[in-house]
Design a protein around this ligand. Structure first.
Ligand SMILES: C[S@@+](CC[C@H](N)C(=O)[O-])C[C@H]1O[C@@H](n2cnc3c(N)ncnc32)[C@H](O)[C@@H]1O
Length: 256
């Protein structure tokens, strides 16, 4: 899928987005891997955490977005930054840690992808993945409900998948035949956000963006305003003016 990322909008919620990345990193049971890949590294802020945990490792950050990699290259993190499409990406030599935070939901065909990624991991190494699983929540269902109900409907049909991440047991079935140990868990973060309609702003930096990018003005603004209106009603402000945005994420750590 081609999509132009907006690093600024994505990083606006960096602290909420970093926490799952750290929780995934802490569950990888390897003290000194020689080779580490950050798949879908984006602006490299998570790659810097990998570097912090494993200062001696050979670290590669892979992403398909020129804009994101340009930001990553500006950071002081010591890593090889490489542009590649995860859908077709392969390795000559397997690595010790293949880490991917909040990226694989963008890739279709998980039934083939996950066993393929597992083959990129050396025996004794680990595949570690975190993906959002908030697609049944109003933040996401309202994108599609709104998309179906307006003058933009024809343009938005088929632009984005509604359920790109399966239930945990699906990943168990895909990975268990190839894994020595397999750990799966899900966490729902009750994110406390500030500002005007922050749930809409949050999704605008990720999943909603593909829908917005498929529209031109004036439909783009009209769709955005309608989505904002519905989301604001689904996530009312608390008494202190802030908004709670519950967000579910799935974690996988598979030892090869
Ligand atoms: C939500 S960001 C996550 C970035 C980083 N891992 C983090 O946790 O902050 C998703 C990243 O996946 C990248 N991505 C999406 N589809 C891709 C693909 N097919 N090939 C390579 N990168 C892709 C995007 O460019 C983006 O940088």
């Amino acid at each position: 899928m081609s999509m132009t990322w907006d690093p600024g909008q994505y990083l606006a919620f960096a602290s909420h987005r970093l926490r799952p990345a750290i929780e995934l990193l802490m569950r990888i049971p390897l003290d000194a891997p020689a080779t580490v890949v950050d798949l879908g590294c984006g602006t490299g802020n998570v790659t810097s955490l990998l570097r912090g945990r494993w200062p001696e490792a050979h670290l590669t950050g892979i992403d398909g977005s020129r804009e994101m990699l340009a930001e990553a290259a500006k950071t002081p993190t010591r890593a090889d930054w490489r542009m590649a499409d995860i859908a077709t990406w392969t390795l000559d030599e397997p690595v010790d840690v293949l880490y991917s935070n909040a990226a694989l939901q963008w890739i279709e065909g998980h039934a083939a992808l996950f066993p393929r990624l597992m083959r990129c991991v050396r025996p004794g190494g680990a595949l570690a993945v975190q993906m959002p699983r908030n697609f049944d929540a109003p933040s996401h269902t309202l994108m599609f409900d709104t998309a179906d109900a307006g003058p933009w409907a024809a343009r938005l049909r088929g632009v984005q998948r509604r359920s790109p991440v399966s239930d945990a047991h699906v990943y168990y079935d895909l990975l268990a035949p190839h894994a020595r140990e397999l750990e799966l868990w899900e966490t729902e973060y009750h994110q406390v956000l500030s500002g005007d309609n922050p749930v809409a702003e949050f999704t605008k930096g990720s999943w909603l963006k593909t829908l917005l990018d498929a529209l031109e003005e004036p439909l783009r603004s009209a769709y955005w305003e309608e989505y904002r209106r519905r989301v604001a009603a689904a996530y009312p402000r608390r008494a202190d003016g802030r908004t709670i945005f519950p967000f579910k994420r799935l974690f996988i750590v598979a030892r090869a």
